[in-house]
Design a protein around this ligand. Structure first.
Ligand code: ADP
Ligand code: MG
Ligand code: ZN
Length: 263
C-alpha cells in the first residue's frame, strides 16, 4: 500500500468522546471510533472489556493447567492408596491426632491464591505412617481442582529417572526438571530415603532454588528431623525453603497400626 493511501486511511479514521450507560459500571465517558465521520462500532465500556479479558486469560490458563495435570492425575490414580487420599476421606474420629494438621492444611488449600502468591512453602516431617503423604496428595489434588498446575514427585523416582536418562537417550531429564520447576505447586515426597550424595543435593538445590527465584511454593515431605533434613538437602536449599515456611511436625505413632474396619 502506498504512503498516500495510508495517509488517506488515517485521515478518514477519527475518534470522539461519547457517554455510554453500562448496566454494571453506570455512565462512562469512552472513545468511539469513526470512519468518515460515521460510527463504525458500538462504543464499549472499557472496564467491562478489561474484566472480560482477565476472565478469558484465566480460562485459558485453567485449560492449559488441566492438560498439564493429566500426567499427574494418571500417576496418582495408578496407586489405589493414593487415589483414596483427599481431604474428604479424612476421618476425625479415626485419626484425631491428625486434626490439627488437617486444619492447617485445609486452611492452606482454602487460601491457595494467597499461599501461591506469597510462595508459602510447607515442610512436613516426622515418623512413618503419620499421614504426611496423605496431606501432601490431598493438597496437590485440591490445587488441581482450583485450576493450578501441580506435581507430586518422590525423590527415589526422580533420581531413578535421572539415572535412566544417562543410558536411555529417549528420556529427557531436562524436561522432567523443567516441569518440576515450572508448576505452580510442587510436592517432593520421601526426602532422605535416597543416598544424599553431592549429586542428589545439587539436583534438589537446582529445583528448590529455581522455584525460590520464581516465587513458587514447594512442599517437602520427609521422615527426617530438621537436622538430618539439612544434611539430606543441604543448608542452601533448606535456608531458601525456610524463608517463608509452614513447618509441620508429625509427632505421633504410625496411623497404619490402627485397627481398621474391613469393608
Ligand atoms: N488424615 C488421614 N485420614 C485418613 N487416613 C489417613 C490419614 N492419615 C493417614 N491415614 C492413613 O494412614 C496411612 C499412613 O499415611 P501416609 O500418609 O502414607 O503416612 P506417611 O507418609 O507419613 O508415612 C495411610 O495408609 C492412610 O490410610
Ligand atoms: Mg509417605
Ligand atoms: Zn461496564
Amino acid at each position: 500500500m502506498s504512503a498516500k493511501k495510508i495517509n488517506q486511511l488515517i485521515e478518514n479514521y477519527t475518534q470522539e468522546d461519547v457517554t455510554i450507560s453500562c448496566p454494571i459500571h453506570g455512565q462512562r465517558k469512552v472513545k468511539a471510533n469513526l470512519w468518515k465521520g460515521k460510527h463504525i462500532s458500538k462504543p464499549k465500556c472499557e472496564k467491562c472489556e478489561k474484566e472480560k479479558m482477565i476472565k478469558e486469560n484465566q480460562l485459558k490458563t485453567f485449560k492449559e493447567n488441566h492438560l498439564k495435570n493429566q500426567g499427574l492425575l494418571e500417576s496418582i490414580n495408578k496407586f489405589p492408596l493414593l487415589r483414596k487420599f483427599n481431604f474428604e476421606s479424612y476421618n476425625e474420629d479415626m485419626y484425631p491426632e491428625a486434626k490439627h494438621t488437617y486444619d492447617q492444611m485445609k486452611n492452606y488449600a482454602n487460601n491457595f491464591e494467597k499461599m501461591i502468591e506469597n510462595a508459602v512453602n510447607v515442610i512436613m516431617y516426622g515418623g512413618v505412617g503419620t499421614g504426611k503423604t496423605f496431606f501432601g496428595i490431598s493438597l496437590i489434588k485440591e490445587a488441581v481442582v482450583q485450576g493450578y498446575s501441580a506435581k507430586y514427585q518422590t525423590t527415589y523416582d526422580l533420581f531413578n529417572e535421572i539415572k535412566k536418562s544417562f543410558s536411555d537417550s529417549s528420556f529427557c531429564y531436562e524436561r522432567v526438571k523443567k516441569d518440576l520447576i515450572d508448576c505452580d505447586i510442587l510436592c517432593l515426597d520421601e526426602i532422605g530415603v535416597t543416598y544424599g550424595t553431592e549429586f542428589e543435593i545439587n539436583v534438589l538445590f537446582e529445583i528448590i532454588n529455581q522455584r525460590y527465584m520464581l516465587c513458587k511454593p514447594t512442599i517437602i515431605i520427609t521422615n527426617l528431623d530438621i537436622q538430618n533434613l539439612t544434611k539430606a538437602i543441604g543448608i542452601r536449599s533448606l535456608d531458601r525453603l525456610m524463608e517463608t515456611c509452614l513447618n509441620i511436625k508429625f509427632d505421633y505413632p504410625s496411623l497404619r497400626r490402627k485397627p481398621k474396619k474391613l469393608k
